[in-house]
Design a protein around this ligand. Structure first.
Ligand SMILES: C[S@@+](CC[C@H](N)C(=O)[O-])C[C@H]1O[C@@H](n2cnc3c(N)ncnc32)[C@H](O)[C@@H]1O
Length: 201
């Protein structure tokens, strides 16, 4: 299938968002951190996806009640809480930041979906993704790229939907632009399915 391309590219304001996301959080764990067993810190700072973009992404992934949605770096849990509330599906959120984990649990409780939504304080690079049928991502391209070995273990037909940033080297099936009513900014949504299709060199 040919990707439905839009001409947003990697320009303003996505580049500005990327810069903001990189300012204080973007770093791989250093060898020293790993050697000393020092606490693992987040690879990217928290920036929330506007709710209307969340809804559009869930719609594009055709999330339904039989789905199991994983949000990797779940922030306040809005993807999985919204999906569970709207469709009755199950959701799992993963975040390293304990404040985000607590906020996600609180939001699941407020939305009365805590029986279907689980939140874990865990490094996304150590999660078995095979039970998921939908993955939502709002991470920088390099982090999306690091997830490829885990994504490739998932069942054929599993959907992946990314906010703003692509999975480098992988061909998106759909790319679309949405101007959020919440922040007035253009957002990109990129859609992939398993098995992933490599871009031609
Ligand atoms: C840009 S925010 C996206 C939040 C949410 N998915 C959304 O779109 O509203 C990225 C989140 O990933 C978390 N994060 C970064 N690196 C992580 C890692 N290695 N494991 C788990 N969570 C991580 C951050 O704490 C942050 O909450």
């Amino acid at each position: 299938m040919r990707a439905k391309q839009v001409t947003v590219g990697f320009g303003w304001p996505i580049a500005a968002i990327a810069a903001a996301m990189m300012v204080s959080g973007w770093s791989a764990p250093s060898a020293a951190q790993e050697d000393t067993g020092k606490k693992r810190t987040a690879d990217v700072v928290y920036v929330a996806t506007p709710h209307d973009v969340v809804s559009k992404m869930l719609e594009i992934a055709k999330v339904g009640k039989d789905d199991v949605v994983y949000d990797l770096g779940c922030g306040d849990g809005r993807f999985i809480v919204t999906a569970a509330k709207k469709t009755g599906c199950k959701g799992r959120g993963y975040d390293l930041d304990p404040a985000r984990v607590a906020e996600s649990k609180e939001n699941a409780k407020k939305a009365k979906v805590e029986s279907r939504v689980e939140i874990f304080q865990q490094d996304i690079f150590e999660v078995d993704l095979t039970p998921a049928s939908v993955i939502t991502l709002y991470l920088l391209p390099r982090l999306n790229q690091r997830l490829i070995p885990q994504l490739e273990k998932m069942k054929p037909g599993t959907r992946i939907v990314c906010h703003d940033f692509e999975i480098p080297g992988i061909k998106a099936e759909r790319i679309l632009k949405l101007t959020s009513r919440e922040d007035g900014v253009d957002h990109r949504i990129l859609f992939y399915t398993i098995p992933l299709t490599r871009e031609e060199p």
